[in-house]
Design a protein around this ligand. Structure first.
Ligand code: CA
Length: 232
């Protein structure tokens, strides 16, 4: 099963307490050319990432010592390391909870496909490496937070306040998957009841305005069953 080392090989931390699951992930990731480190206790994860930042973290939601959500939130306080959350439960709430904690992707372990994990790891590594430096002069978007103004390739965008705040949320975390719930929290401070459908219609309008400037480019991608991802 050994394959040649990939050009985008990375050190992957596997925070997973079930030894069989961890062994399977280690086998497949190593076969895919990656280096791995197994962390079986939730309390080990944050100190390990601080001491030696990996290329990506696979983070189980249910860990002894500390739960994956709390770990993910703390990691996001100091690190942009790509994080894939693993969950044993299929409930949408758990998936979204993982995303809202700042994870980049989630994978449900039932049914479990190590091949899919490796494919998603590689996809996320490619995506995170494509991102340009945040202060790059060639950044396509200019967003003026105080003035509620935004432009794309120097063309001023005429956005509603909700569209502006959606763009602000997306542009602040390119490549990250946003659930509709987390987008709603970005656009509405007062917790008014707004439906998923309303988010979809604001996104549709925002897409149309961006497409008017860059018709060849799709910035906002739908992620089936979850929400949206913005590719800068
Ligand atoms: Ca577990």
């Amino acid at each position: 099963m050994t394959l040649p080392a990939r050009a985008d090989a990375a050190l992957i931390y596997i925070a997973e307490d079930e030894p069989k699951m961890a062994a399977l992930l280690i086998d497949y990731l190593r076969a895919g050319g990656h280096a791995t480190r197994w962390l079986a206790d939730g309390r080990e994860v944050v100190p390990a990432v601080r001491a030696h930042p990996p290329g990506l973290v696979l983070l189980d939601l249910m860990l002894p010592g500390r739960d994956g959500m709390a770990i993910c939130r703390e990691l996001r306080g100091f690190s942009e390391v790509p994080i894939i959350m693993l969950t044993a439960r299929v409930e949408e709430a758990d998936r979204l909870a993982g995303l809202d904690a700042g994870a980049d992707d989630y994978i449900c372990k039932t049914p479990f496909s190590p091949r899919e994990v490796v494919a998603r790891v590689n996809a996320l590594l490619r995506r995170s490496r494509r991102q340009p430096a945040p202060d790059g002069a060639a950044a396509p978007f200019a967003i003026d937070d105080a003035g509620y103004r935004a432009s794309l390739h120097g063309v001023a965008l005429s956005l509603t306040p909700v569209e502006f705040r959606l763009l602000q949320a997306f542009a602040g975390a390119p490549g990250r998957v946003f659930s509709r719930d987390s987008l709603l929290r970005h656009v509405h401070d007062d917790q008014r009841a707004v439906t998923d459908r309303a988010v979809d219609s604001h996104i549709k309008n925002l897409r149309r305005k961006l497409a008017a400037v860059t018709p060849e480019r799709e910035w906002i991608h739908s992620v089936y069953g979850v929400g949206y991802r913005f590719d800068a």
